[in-house]
Write a protein that binds this ligand. Structure first.
Ligand code: NAD
Length: 424
């Protein structure tokens, strides 16, 4: 029987019961389980090798989003995030999506762009053509830098050259298109861009300054699509509310920023869990959302002929399953094993699906019940814990504060004092 990621009431299980499910799903070893249980799992000597001036490590909760069905395959999604309600919302949206057959995803080849800036050329348009005339030499030089990447089918595949106008004069920008296969690719691309710079200078007669990857990864896109039956999402009115919410965001950058932040809540949690470069994803996402000159949404929501809700997302997704810190960080390795992805492209597609799910959950909450109530309950729990509540006192204190609409530390302390002895 094929395994399922659909678990109702996963959140009600004890930590041990949840771990047992994840262990069985992903065939985790005892050692991997104990890495998850030990929240200080990054050894100091490893932290010290990863960054400069290390003084410790910084643990963030790792949750598992359930119910994800992507391209007819079940996934458990590891999410590293400090914000309450994100993992629950993703799981809930994935459950709704499942009722419509789950997410369908695609992606482009994992091609990153490396930029080489040339200044001081009097006739930049002539120089641009010269770059194209020497294309094969430039690509060959780039590919000599990374035999391992070439051996797995990657490497510099193409280039483009453009002239841009700036206040300090025209510049010629050469862009290497590098297929990074299962790596995020920044180191690989930067090495190539640096290596071809002398040749670019010779060919153009100009001076090269910057040689660096672009995080606006328009050649490396992940896409996800979902159909949610109107009954699953809460009926026609909720569908209408979600479509209206989408159009608001699509037209207004102030709303679009928060719409996209909701997408990134999900996407970035997976990016962090796999120790990928989340700054690269965030920079790419926002730049892509603004590529027309008008900052807009990364996702779209519509209705189909049956009145069901359909959603789609397209965004740059420069993530790797190899390289960087992905295979160095012990928890990231476990997270990748839980995901069970076989390539960077599959990881990118899963992340796009999680982003779309998170977006669905947020829009539904906004359109349906108001996002505040759920947030306040979780906020109240945090305040109750900060005020010293433990065990069943946490629920008791937080529920009373929500009812009274007084979610404050001083009120939590008062309630704890009143109930403290009897509740323990
Ligand atoms: P990397 O250099 O550690 O690993 C990539 C290398 O792995 C490839 O060049 C290749 O030689 C080898 N490899 C082995 N098997 C492979 C396979 N199946 N597919 C692809 N390559 C394979 O890392 P990277 O991915 O080049 O760079 C990622 C790191 O760069 C991240 O840590 C990121 O934070 C950092 N970085 C990012 C930026 C940015 O602007 N986004 C800039 C500089 C550095």
């Amino acid at each position: 029987m094929s395994k399922t990621s659909a678990f109702s009431g996963f959140y009600k299980l004890s930590l041990d019961e949840r771990l047992r499910i994840v262990r069985d799903f992903a065939h985790l070893t005892d050692e991997e389980i104990s890495l998850l249980q030990n929240t200080g799992s990054l050894p100091f000597d490893l932290a010290d090798r990863m960054i400069e001036n290390a003084v410790g490590s910084f643990p963030v909760p790792l949750g598992i989003a359930v119910n994800f069905l992507i391209n007819k395959r079940d996934y458990l999604i590891p999410m590293a995030i400090e914000e309450p309600s994100v993992v629950a919302a993703a799981s809930y949206a994935a459950k709704m999506a499942r009722e419509g057959g789950g997410f369908q995803t695609t992606s482009t080849n994992p091609v990153m762009i490396g930029q080489i800036q040339v200044v001081g050329v009097k006739d930049p348009h002539r120089a641009r053509i010269a770059i194209y005339n020497h294309k094969e030499d430039i690509l060959k030089k780039a590919n000599e830098q990374d035999p391992v990447l070439i051996s797995v089918g990657g490497g510099a595949k193409d280039l483009e050259a453009k002239v841009i106008q700036t206040p300090v004069g025209p510049m010629l920008i050469t862009e290497l298109h590098v297929d990074c296969r299962d790596a995020m690719g920044a180191n690989a691309v930067n090495t190539m861009a640096e290596a071809v710079a002398p040749l670019v200078e010779r060919v153009t007669g100009g001076r090269v300054y910057l040689r660096i990857i672009s995080n606006l990864a328009t050649q490396r896109l992940a896409r996800a699509y979902v159909t949610v039956p109107k009954e699953s999402v809460g009926g026609e009115e909720v569908v209408e509310g979600i479509v209206q919410a989408y159009h608001f965001a699509s037209a207004d950058p102030y709303r679009a920023a928060t719409h996209n932040k909701g997408i990134l809540n999900g996407a970035i949690a997976v990016v962090i869990a796999t120790c990928n470069d989340h700054r690269a994803i965030e920079a790419g996402a926002h730049a892509y959302a603004a590529r027309s000159g008008h900052y807009t949404t990364l996702s779209s929501w519509e209705t189909n002929d049956d009145g069901d809700l359909t959603g789609s997302i397209e965004m740059p997704m420069a993530v790797g399953t190899i390289g960087g810190a992905v295979r160095t960080h012990p928890i990231a390795k476990v997270a990748l094993k839980i995901l069970g992805v076989n390539s960077a492209n599959e990881l990118a597609e899963v992340i796009a699906a999680v982003g779309l799910a998170q977006n669905l959950a947020a829009l539904r909450a906004l359109a349906h019940e108001g996002i505040q109530r759920g947030h306040m309950q979780l906020h109240a729990r945090n305040i109750a814990i900060s005020a010293g509540a433990t065990g069943e006192l946490i629920d008791l204190v937080s529920e009373q504060m929500v009812q009274e609409r007084k979610i404050r530390m001083d009120r939590a302390e008062e309630i704890i004092k009143k109930h403290g002895k009897t509740a323990r």
